[in-house]
Design a binder for this molecule. Structure first.
Ligand code: SAM
Length: 441
């Protein structure tokens, strides 16, 4: 028993072995409260957190002095920031080293939900790069999609596949992130369920699962490509020991010391040494070899009858190609179309580019995704709401507004889109998605 929490004896023993003299400081840090931190969306810039303390290893990361109610902040729902634990923002340092000139690359985030690292990667990548954000568990995949939609970028495809499915796409990705499912020791002070779920058997099981994931990731990594491996645990069997024989070359990070501890093959973050939770990261490179030439896909380049909708709703509409699936309409960045078609051939796609909306006979129902996209036009009919009305809107209720236009109208808060309403004959329907509505009173 430490403070009011019961930590498994076996866990404490293992930590004592790893930390020696530092064990007591570590245990003490487990009783302190977790710092609250957020990462700002560089595509939806706000001033609100500008003055807050910066996270030294992440340009858009900020510590907050206290934890506000994010639920009641419309700017949170607009996707202007993501609430994320600070240590895990360290992937930015790895990114900077392995892609210093921000070359266009194909990136895979293999275990992506709820989307912390995918939204971070999208903030760092240029528009010509493609992110395949994969999550195998269906309900977690849904949350991943929601978070990526809020981030508003278009150069992303969300897939729902098992790691072994990726072996089919040999030597395809330039950069792969495996933020592996793990025993979660680094989250003990934030997430008490992680303490209850911990056991030595679970550590062993996680380690077997991680080895499998790694094996399949290596197969679809290009020769010369980089693999970033991370966990939020302290267990050597889930970290360094996992990587020794995975066939990749370990890359040293040439970065300043922020408090991270160099281990044999990576870097470990401890809560008594850094303002953040427990985290592990290692960067590896696949040695050169034969590259695989991936087939050029044939696309139907005929102008679609629906491309007029791109022109009506999107900035830079010419940069997008229309793609339909049943009654759903997507806008895919033209320069990523070939990669998109390759991905579509091999994987189960849940989301791609910008989901524009649904075709219903002669009508077009613009999607919530389109409202939150960074590419939606700024001169569409819109109504700006105050805080109280914005919360009412986000509850899927009726704010006190009188739309001047009939038809689709964006709802904004402090200039950022929250969603759509449709005005008809002196009244309107609220189109904010029911599954995202605020329930808390
Ligand atoms: N990268 C995420 C982020 O930053 O928000 C967190 C990822 S979490 C540590 C690990 C993810 O792996 C979970 O979403 C989990 O559903 C998924 N997962 C669980 N078992 C898996 C498996 N066998 N193969 C691949 N992913 C798995």
């Amino acid at each position: 028993m430490i403070g009011e929490h019961m930590y498994p004896e076996a866990f404490l023993k293992r930590m004592k072995n790893i930390l020696g003299d530092e064990f007591n400081s570590f245990v003490q840090s487990l009783e302190e409260s977790s710092p609250t931190s957020i990462r700002l969306n560089p595509f939806k810039t706000i001033l609100k957190f500008e003055e807050e303390e910066k996270i030294p290893w992440c340009m858009n990361g900020r510590y907050l002095n206290e934890r506000p109610s994010f639920t009641f902040d419309p700017l949170f729902h607009a996707g202007t920031y993501y609430v994320q634990e600070a240590s895990s923002m360290f992937i930015e340092q790895a990114w900077k080293q392995i892609n210093p000139d921000n070359e266009p690359v194909r990136v895979l985030d293999m275990c992506a939900a709820p989307g912390g690292k995918s939204t971070h990667l999208l903030s760092l990548m240029n528009e010509e790069s493609l992110l395949v954000s994969n999550e195998v568990i269906p309900n977690r995949n849904k949350v991943l999609q929601q978070n990526l939609v809020k981030w508003g970028t278009a150069n992303c495809v969300v897939t729902q596949n098992k790691p072994e499915d990726f072996s089919a796409l040999e030597n395809f990705f330039d950069i792969i992130l495996i933020d592996a499912p793990c025993s979660g020791e680094g989250l003990f002070r934030k997430d008490k369920d992680a303490i209850r779920e911990w056991s030595e058997e679970n550590v062993a099981m996680c380690s077997i699962r991680q080895k499998e994931i790694l094996k399949h990731a290596v197969a679809c990594l290009k020769p010369g490509g980089f693999l970033i491996y991370s966990t939020c645990t302290f267990e050597p069997d889930e970290n360094d020991n996992q990587l020794a024989d995975c066939g990749l070359r370990i890359v040293d990070l040439e970065i300043q010391k922020f408090g991270q501890v160099k281990t044999k093959l990576g870097y470990q973050f401890y809560p008594h040494k850094i303002k953040g939770e427990g985290f592990y990261i290692s960067i590896m490179q696949k040695e050169g070899g034969e590259t695989t030439k991936h087939e050029q896909q044939t696309t139907n380049n005929k102008p679609s009858q629906f491309s007029i909708l791109n022109t009506q709703y999107l900035k830079q509409a010419d940069n997008f190609q229309t793609h339909t699936k049943n009654d759903m309409l997507f806008a895919i960045p033209k320069m990523l179309m070939n990669d998109f078609l390759i991905i579509e051939k091999h994987f189960y796609i849940r989301h791609a580019g910008i989901f524009m909306g649904t075709i219903k006979g002669k009508d077009f129902l613009p999607s919530h995704d389109l409202a939150l996209s960074n590419y939606v036009k700024v001169d569409l009919p819109a109504i700006e709401l105050n805080h109280e009305d914005a919360i009412t809107y986000l509850r899927c209720e009726s704010p006190k507004i009188k739309p001047e236009h009939r038809g689709w109208c964006l709802i904004k808060y402090q200039g950022y889109n929250l969603g759509w309403i449709k005005a008809i004959e002196g009244r309107f329907n609220n189109y904010f998605p029911k599954e995202l509505r605020i329930l808390k009173r």
